[in-house]
Design a protein. Structure first.
Ligand SMILES: Cc1cc2nc3c(=O)[nH]c(=O)nc-3n(C[C@H](O)[C@H](O)[C@H](O)COP(=O)(O)O)c2cc1C
Length: 182
């Protein structure tokens, strides 16, 4: 089983991506396998269509797009690293598409859903405020709905400096420590 590292910011090599990759590399150094998904790079991505087909066919989603392998990978994973910038006080649209697609795991048999006890680390970044609240919200969804176990949170106020995290030794150390918890 692999750890699924998810980036969603449209800013390449900026704060959330840098921290997710630092956590992931630390986990890899600890012998873990990591698979990477960058939602913003997916050309074909759809939101949940609310068709409820998943409720009739054992939790399978009939929407076949670039997000489908990511949702499958989360089900098969050992844990996930989730991330989003704060956009208008919320997760960015790219991340929200991912969250809604987890709907396929609601109201289905336990073996068709996400097994409880998977680990989750969360990374958020805001220009001026709301990173901590968003991180708690994103992580809280996975904990309350799917019984993930939190292993770490990094919520940054970046002042819109794309390289804020890269220049911050404390954040880098925190990220490496979280990677070791997987
Ligand atoms: C569409 C958009 C909306 C944003 N909304 C907020 C916001 O509500 N609050 C805030 O503090 N920063 C906001 N920002 C700034 C980003 O959260 C900030 O630049 C963050 O560091 C980006 O993360 P990244 O470096 O991983 O891309 C917004 C930026 C954009 C492009």
């Amino acid at each position: 089983m692999a750890i699924v590292a998810i980036t969603s910011s449209p800013q390449k090599n900026a704060n959330t991506e840098f921290v997710v990759k630092t956590i992931a590399k630390s986990a890899e150094e600890n012998g873990k396998e990591v698979v990477y998904f960058d939602i913003n790079s997916m050309a074909n991505r759809k939101g949940c269509q609310a068709c409820d087909a998943c409720k009739k066919n054992g939790g399978k989603c009939i929407t076949k797009d670039d997000l489908a392998p990511l949702i499958d990978a989360v089900k098969d994973s050992e844990g996930v690293i989730i991330s989003s910038p704060v956009y208008f006080g919320e997760a960015c649209g790219q991340y929200r598409l991912f969250e809604d697609r987890l709907y396929r795991f609601f109201g289905v048999a336990p073996e068709d859903s996400i097994a409880p006890g998977k680990k989750v680390a969360v990374v958020t970044a805001a220009g001026s405020g709301g990173a901590d609240e968003l991180a708690d919200k994103m992580c809280g969804h996975l904990v309350s709905f799917f019984k993930f176990e939190p292993v770490g949170k990094i919520a940054m106020i970046t002042g819109n400096d794309r390289k804020y995290a890269e220049k911050n030794e404390e954040i880098i150390a925190q990220a490496k420590a979280i990677g070791k918890k997987f």
